[in-house]
Design a binder for this molecule. Structure first.
Ligand SMILES: *Cc1c(COP(=O)(O)O)cnc(C)c1O
Length: 399
């Protein structure tokens, strides 16, 4: 059995359980199939990666065509998709420049390095500290895991990287109280994803912007999960009327291929000089060609408005279930199509029951269910998912 080989050969960091974990062999749109031909509605979406569903034809076509021309060239040379993607991202955002990486953690790593370099160049060697939010998630490299404001991700990896301070999410005064002569930046997710789907308030992000202006700090938004249309706007910060100095993207950017991006203002981009930062695979032409197809699809007339409609539809369905099962659905949070359901300790069991009935949903800890359907999910698929969730809640309620 392939699953036995997984146990034998792969380091157990994901704790996949043979009896519980499907082996997926095919995907199409919102659906995936396991090795036994069982069909599932996929509301995990590769953890917010498959924003256009599985095997989205324009992404396949763009990647295939690039595969047949130049798969990789290195950043010693120009390639068309990299420049095309850079132009599309910069011209459709407030940013002036971009750096490409392979993942979210690396995009954040680039943001951290740029913030330090810019801080030191502008204000002296002593400027290097970054304030991040408690309950945040910024990645698993040593710097980004340190930036992550959750001790459970730190344990066993100490000493952590110096130069990070933590403050309470949605509490600008808490951030203000951590500012000191070493501070160079503030970094937050506009919607905390791994932390349990917590949405920043408008006042919070606007006050952080103000704080950064007053204290000459860079404002960094980690949009690795909430960016690329997930909240119903291309970037989550568009809901807030706040423009960051630096923001990062990854997950949904490549339509399933690994790519990350760190974007910043023209002014801040001057913090990096030739040789300061690099990535062998960063800006790989196949990943960039796929990402360009994603950006174009998200920007098609009316596409993001539909995300808002689908979000309203899904939220109202969840609210109906909350009325039926108030003990099992305590709270519904989120924006667009990143939604969190606070279950009161039953999340894993509900997740298991849903999977049994053909719906994949993600579970954060013991209490939170996270729904991340593709942005082009059909209303009939939202209905089918709600139906399955209702049956699962029903079964759980009578236990
Ligand atoms: C997933 C995630 C990351 C890390 O991305 P990787 O591609 O796994 O390195 C960073 N920040 C946020 C907000 C994320 O959701």
């Amino acid at each position: 059995m392939l699953q036995d080989d997984e146990k034998k050969y792969i380091i157990n960091t994901y704790n996949r359980q043979r009896e519980m974990t499907p082996l997926l062999v095919k995907g199409e749109g919102t659906r995936v199939w396991d090795e036994n031909g069982r069909e599932y509605l996929d509301f995990v979406g590769g953890l917010a990666v498959n924003a256009l569903g599985h095997c989205f034809p324009p992404v396949i076509e763009a990647a295939r065509r690039q595969m047949e021309t130049v798969i990789h060239a290195s950043n010693l040379y120009y390639t068309e998709p990299q420049i095309g993607l850079a132009q599309a991202l910069v011209e459709n955002s407030p940013a002036g420049k971009v750096f490409f990486s392979n993942s979210g953690a690396e995009a954040n790593e680039a943001a951290i390095k740029l913030a330090r370099k810019y801080g030191k160049l502008q204000f002296g060697e002593e400027r290097f500290e970054i304030i991040t939010a408690l309950n945040s998630f910024h990645g698993r490299t040593l710097a980004t895991v340190t930036a992550t404001g959750q001790t459970k991700f730190h344990r066993g990896f100490e000493p952590l990287i110096p130069g990070f301070k933590y403050a309470r999410f949605n509490d600008a005064d808490s951030f203000r109280s951590q500012v000191n002569p070493h501070t160079c930046a503030v970094m937050v997710e506009p919607v905390q994803g791994e932390g349990g789907v917590h949405v920043a308030t408008k006042e919070f992000l606007q006050e952080l912007r103000q704080l950064c202006h007053e204290e000459n700090l860079l404002l960094i938004f980690d949009e690795v999960q909430c960016g690329m249309g997930r909240t119903g706007k291309l970037f989550a910060f568009e809901h807030y009327n706040v423009i960051p100095d630096i923001f990062t993207l990854a997950k949904a950017l490549g339509g399933g291929l690994p790519i990350g991006a760190m974007l910043c203002s023209e002014e801040v981009s001057r913090g990096f000089s030739p040789g300061d930062h690099a990535s062998t695979f960063g800006g790989n032409p196949v990943a960039c060609a796929a990402a360009l197809a994603v950006v174009r699809s998200l920007l098609e007339e009316g596409f993001l408005d539909l995300v808002e409609q689908k979000s309203a539809f899904l939220i109202s369905g969840l609210e109906r279930l909350q009325k039926l099962f108030p003990a099992l659905i305590r709270e519904i949070r989120g924006k667009g199509l990143i939604l969190g359901v606070e279950t009161g300790g039953e999340a894993r069991e509900i997740q298991r029951l849903c999977q049994e009935k053909g719906l994949l949903i993600n579970c954060i800890g013991e209490t939170i269910l996270r729904l991340l359907p593709p942005l082009n999910v059909a209303e009939s698929e939202l209905n089918a998912a709600l139906k399955i969730l209702e049956t699962a809640l029903q079964e759980r309620a009578v236990k």
